[in-house]
Write a protein that binds this ligand. Structure first.
Ligand code: AMP
Ligand code: GLY
Length: 431
């Protein structure tokens, strides 16, 4: 099989690397990719804002399957175009991608199908939003979400009225997120630990891929501004087999059934961001693709033929049981540029990549890197995800940080506590 991976980042590096392990895969092509991906795949340039260009590449390379990394590619209708030309692609149609790309769509959809989520209202003007806040319906803190894709910046958890009003103004008056702020979702603030739940969908069925916990804040102990994700571990010790069955029955199955009944069967990776509340798991958000950095800790866990399982899903006939999770634990630490998340210094030479990759049981995935004058330099906010594997979270964490310790570049920042919560859960079980 020949597989094309679309995108450029740590998630796409993990996808390309894992697909390359499959005996059935003869070649992985990645577009546009990055220097790390170039070690496991043949790189081709492509304009990822142009669905016809991506289809042209898949046809020219005669690939058997295309796998999409980022949501923006799906929001442009790339999967629709591939399917119209009979080219297998793993990723939802533009309409199914609304589960992630429009929070108003996702909330109304969940309400229609009885999927547990925070109580909410969709507001179509600043006046309506202020009236909702004034009604006191949700109390404080309250959560405000710009409807569309806002590069991870569209969600505000407001502690008081002034902060909530400022969020309304930013989104709906100043239009800081452009059209993404034309609608605003105002919702109840939920409390509880957050877990990420991943399934592979073929339009009718969903097979579990695993669970993980992300670390969204820039600094240790979950302090500081939100980021795209500073690290993750897998599997989540909070998701027991019973809870996984509940999530599948109350959340995943109704979503698949609802999308199918509404005429938009969901094909692709579905990532449910969940809060484990005292009243049971509730959906915080859906993503219609793999998570980053969750992919980097879940994909190395999956044993079995990945490419043919993804192709079966793309063709509407996925089967459970082809992919077995390993019993190992995985901890992934994101190494970011100075200034991230507000800005990102680029062009800094990175030292120690080979030494880090040579640490036993460590994996180094590239996110924001590029080649310059024969060296690998930084190119963006999140630069690398360094993953450690171990029989316990403690050993996985030690391995990840030993490998991070080999890497150096100007301004480099990373959290020192990725995996700590999992190690604590592990010690409780032992005690
Ligand atoms: P999102 O951009 O949708 O991933 O949201 C960013 C973060 O905001 C989530 O990871 C949660 O920590 C938080 N969040 C979103 N919705 C809620 C909610 N209803 N209650 C509490 N926290 C929330
Ligand atoms: N890890 C968060 C995301 O991929 O959106």
């Amino acid at each position: 099989m020949r597989v094309l991976v679309l995108g450029t980042g740590g998630r796409e590096h993990a996808l390309a690397w894992r697909l390359r392990q499959d005996r059935e895969v003869s070649e992985v092509i990645a577009a546009p990719g990055n220097p790390g991906i170039g070690e496991v795949a043949r790189l081709r340039p492509v304009d990822t804002s142009d669905p016809a260009a991506m289809l042209g590449l898949a046809e020219a390379e005669a690939v058997d399957l295309t796998v999409v990394g980022p949501e923006a590619i799906l929001d442009r209708g790339t999967a629709d175009l591939f399917r119209a030309h009979g080219r297998p692609i793993l990723g939802p149609s533009r309409q199914s991608a609304q589960l992630e790309c429009s929070k108003a769509f996702a909330k109304n959809f969940m309400a229609r199908h009885g999927v547990p989520t925070a109580r909410f209202r969709v507001c179509d003007s600043a006046g309506a939003a202020r009236a909702t806040l004034a009604s006191g319906e949700f109390g404080y803190p309250v959560v405000l979400k710009a409807d569309g894709l806002a590069a991870g910046k569209g969600v505000v958890v407001a502690m008081a009225r002034e902060e909530a009003d400022a969020a309304v103004d930013a989104a709906m008056v100043e239009r800081q997120f452009g059209d993404a702020g034309a609608l605003l979702v105002i919702e109840e603030c939920l409390a509880g630990p957050e877990v990420s739940f991943f399934v592979l969908c073929d339009g009718t069925r969903a097979v579990p891929l695993g669970t993980a916990q992300d670390h969204k804040r820039i600094w240790d102990d979950d302090r500081g501004p939100n980021t795209g994700g500073m690290g993750a571990f897998a599997p989540s010790p909070l998701v027991s087999p019973d809870l996984a069955a509940t999530i599948q029955a109350r959340i995943v199955d109704p979503v698949l059934e609802g999308m199918r009944r509404e005429g938009h069967p969901f094909i692709g990776f579905l990532y449910a961001g969940l809060m484990l509340t005292p009243a049971g798991p509730k959906v915080i958000e859906f993503n219609v693709r793999f998570g980053d950095p969750e992919a980097q800790v879940i994909l190395p866990q999956l044993q079995g033929p990945l490419a043919s399982t993804l192709l079966a899903a793309a063709n509407g006939c996925v089967q459970g049981g082809t992919l077995a999770p390993s019993v190992d634990r995985f901890v992934g630490v994101v190494v970011a540029s100075g200034g991230y998340p507000a800005s990102a210094e680029s062009g800094q030479p990175i030292d120690g990549l080979r030494r880090a990759a040579a640490v036993p049981d460590a994996l180094v995935f590239h996110a924001g890197t590029r080649q310059m004058d024969g060296r690998i330099v930084t190119a963006g906010g999140r630069v690398l995800t360094v993953v450690g594997r171990g029989a316990t979270f403690r050993s996985a964490m030690e391995t990840a940080y030993r490998a991070v310790g080999e890497i150096q570049f100007n301004g480099m920042q990373f959290r020192r506590d990725i995996g700590r919560k999992a190690v604590a859960a592990e010690s409780e079980v032992r005690a």
